[in-house]
Design a binder for this molecule. Structure first.
Ligand SMILES: [Zn+2]
Length: 276
């Protein structure tokens, strides 16, 4: 009898072990790159004017369900939410591009919530970044974070831009002419944010990058200014990194170690007053 109990116990343990294994591989299967941040090209190649698509929207979706980016020719701002890729085009409206559209720059991941933060009465972008940096510091500032910030925004200024034609100009130069800006007040929606650690200065830009889409999924863009009435922020800490490049000669000929930080800063933060 004692022996039978022992055998049963071993069988049970094996069964449990198999269950645990199955569950693990099941989870891994669902999100093949669960904790990997997937990046298409470099912000530095985009800023220097490499606007040709490197992956398709269909391929991008295989690497994440949440993220930000842009489209071939810098044809608007990308917001990826719940597995849908949205395109905030030059007039501030939202399109849903086909899987055949192509992408010169993007960051996506399969989103899971590692931490949350309730925000209220956040007056501006700097205050928002300060509040979110508190979570990043507590969890670890040398990983990537994808953030979903859902709530009501007292005011938000977003931009998009007109699609560029070849020969492509540098991004800050193109935006000085072709950026469009939109102001919304008392609007509900979601900001998708990416945090890159300090050491990412050669491949992206350290700190935060935010794109917004409203609750109706009809308006959106790259966030220039924001004040938050009430919002819930969910943080996905991401400890893997994968990058997609291209063998195209024009890409190979670029000087990608060149310091373009000033141009990146202008491209990410400048307002032009070109209200549409
Ligand atoms: Zn952006």
């Amino acid at each position: 009898m004692k022996r039978l109990v022992k055998v049963l116990a071993v069988l049970c343990a094996m069964a449990l072990g198999l269950c645990a294994l199955a569950e693990e591989s099941g989870t891994a299967g669902e999100t093949a790159n669960g904790d990997t941040l997937y990046q298409v090209a470099l912000l530095q190649s985009l800023v220097q004017g490499y606007y040709d698509g490197i992956v398709t929207v269909g391929e991008l979706k295989q690497h994440g369900d949440t993220g930000i980016g842009t489209f071939e020719g810098v044809n608007g701002e990308m917001i990826v939410l719940d597995g849908t890729v949205y395109q905030a085009v030059a007039d501030g409206s939202i399109a849903v591009p086909s899987d055949d559209e192509t992408v010169p720059f993007s960051n996506v991941t399969f989103f899971d919530v590692d931490e949350t933060l309730t925000l209220s009465g956040i007056g501006d972008m700097a205050a928002l970044q300060d509040a979110m940096n508190g979570v990043v510091k507590a969890l670890g500032a040398n990983c990537f974070y994808m953030v979903r910030l859902e709530g009501t925004f007292d005011a938000i200024k977003v931009r998009s831009e007109y699609k560029q034609e070849k020969p492509y100009r540098a991004l800050d130069v193109a935006l000085a002419d072709d950026q469009t800006e939109f102001d919304y007040e008392d609007v509900r929606g979601t900001i998708v944010g990416l945090y890159c650690p300090d050491y990412m200065g050669g491949l992206n830009t350290p700190g935060w990058h935010f794109h917004f889409i409203n609750e109706d999924r009809t308006r959106g863009g790259h966030v220039l200014q924001v004040s938050v009435a009430e919002a819930q922020a969910a943080f996905d800490m991401t400890d893997g990194f994968e990058m997609a490049l291209t063998r195209e000669a024009a890409f190979q000929d670029m000087e990608l170690a060149k310091d373009v930080n000033e141009a990146i800063h202008r491209a990410e933060t400048a307002t032009t007053g070109n209200n549409d």
